[in-house]
Write a protein that binds this ligand. Structure first.
Ligand SMILES: *Cc1c(COP(=O)(O)O)cnc(C)c1O
Length: 374
């Protein structure tokens, strides 16, 4: 697509993605491997190009939230191991077999149904991962349920317990993380005592990897860090340099001068006190530029910061550009990313919007074409 015709677009730097992956690899001890979390369209970066790039870097494990995301990867010719982390219906079970997908399970009914399907398909040892809840209160067996689960599981055939996992609720809190890890170790011990030898145990997310708090696991699940953002901004000081992968740009549609006393945006949100130049940008909250950025965010124009004024509209956003020399309609505007010496990171945008970088990335809508380089 001709960039001139795009209202806004996201440039995805696959070299930066590869560099982040290798930085995480160096952060881990051999033989710990990385499962690249590419759910939600790789946090808005494009699941297939991201996963293929990482596979080229040696990544063998991928994680998605739901089956449709796994199918998209297979259709994109991705061959690695794909874990379905969050959602699975009974009626989706045949697709697990057909596309060689690995379910993460915590309910015996689902495990039983998979065992039956494996038998129907002539046996074998279908790999599954089990999830233990150690303090997230979300998915997973709570520790007290494990003995009962094991009694039921023992009767099932054609399954191989390949992995056991848990999920940390706040990896930056060393005390609670230690507690979760102890609960996890106890749970793993129950499985070992029952005679199971899972090849993989995994509990770490990006924050745990960045903080080198990965416990005794041999697989970690990293999402956000691959995309070059820190789960919390203070982790930027942890000695691991991550390169933002996504740059979000638009172009000034028109510039107008407004007199003092003039207002800008729905709800008269911005009151203009002096004569100003307003640049109208052809994107808004329907593109994923959050409404909570109204009157707070900044963008980069000719390498300099310019404030968003007034409310972000569905398809339009206004910024003040009076102090930027030579600014004109058609100029590129960087919403997220680098321009000259200026840089706006997802972490900073998230702070403006009162959210987390995860939501910044996953909000960028399908209206915004992704363009790949590297
Ligand atoms: C999303 C997700 C991750 C990745 O978390 P990041 O903070 O992005 O690294 C890991 N594990 C599970 C189960 C997830 O759902």
């Amino acid at each position: 697509m001709d960039p001139q015709s795009k209202k806004s677009w996201a440039e995805i730097d696959l070299k930066a993605l590869a560099a982040n992956y290798q930085a995480l690899v160096r952060r881990l001890q051999v033989p710990t491997e990385i499962l690249a979390v590419v759910k939600a369209n790789a946090y808005g970066h494009g699941a297939v190009p991201v996963a293929r790039c990482l596979a080229g870097q040696g990544c063998r494990f991928f994680g998605v939230a739901q089956l449709s995301e796994a199918l998209e990867l297979r259709r994109g010719k991705l061959r690695g191991r794909i874990l379905v982390l969050s959602h699975l219906d009974l009626k989706e079970i045949p697709l697990l077999f057909r596309y060689r997908l690995t379910p993460v399970l915590d309910r015996i009914e689902m495990v039983r149904a998979i065992s039956r399907e494996a038998r129907r398909r002539g046996g074998g040892n279908f790999p599954i991962h089990l999830k233990v809840d150690t303090g997230m209160g979300r998915l997973g067996l709570i520790p007290a349920e494990i003995p009962r689960f094991l009694r039921d599981f023992r009767c099932l055939e054609n399954l191989r317990m390949e992995g056991i996992m848990t999920h940390l609720s706040e990896a930056t809190d060393p005390v609670f993380t230690r507690f979760q890890r102890q609960e996890f170790q106890k749970a793993v011990r129950l499985f070992l005592d029952a005679g199971y030898r899972p090849l993989y145990t995994h509990s770490s997310n990006s924050a745990a990897v960045i903080l080198r708090r990965t416990g005794g696991d041999n697989l970690v699940r990293a999402g956000l860090a691959l995309y070059g953002a820190y789960p919390e901004y203070r982790l930027a000081k942890s000695g691991l340099t991550l390169k933002p992968v996504l740059t979000w740009k638009t172009r000034i549609q028109q510039i107008k001068k407004i007199p003092p006393g003039y207002r800008v945006g729905y709800g008269k949100m911005f009151l203009n006190r002096s004569a100003r130049a307003v640049a109208v940008l052809p994107m808004g909250y329907a593109d994923g530029y959050l409404r909570s950025l109204s009157n707070r965010a900044e963008v980069l124009v000719r390498g300099q910061r310019a404030p968003v004024i007034g409310s972000v509209c569905m398809d339009l956003t206004m910024v003040e550009v009076g102090r930027i020399p030579l600014v004109k309609a058609g100029d590129e505007v960087t919403l997220l990313g680098r321009d000259g010496r200026g840089e706006i990171r997802a972490e900073e945008m998230a702070a403006w919007a009162g959210t987390i970088p995860y939501e910044i990335f996953t909000s960028i809508s399908g209206r915004v074409p992704r363009v790949y380089s590297g």
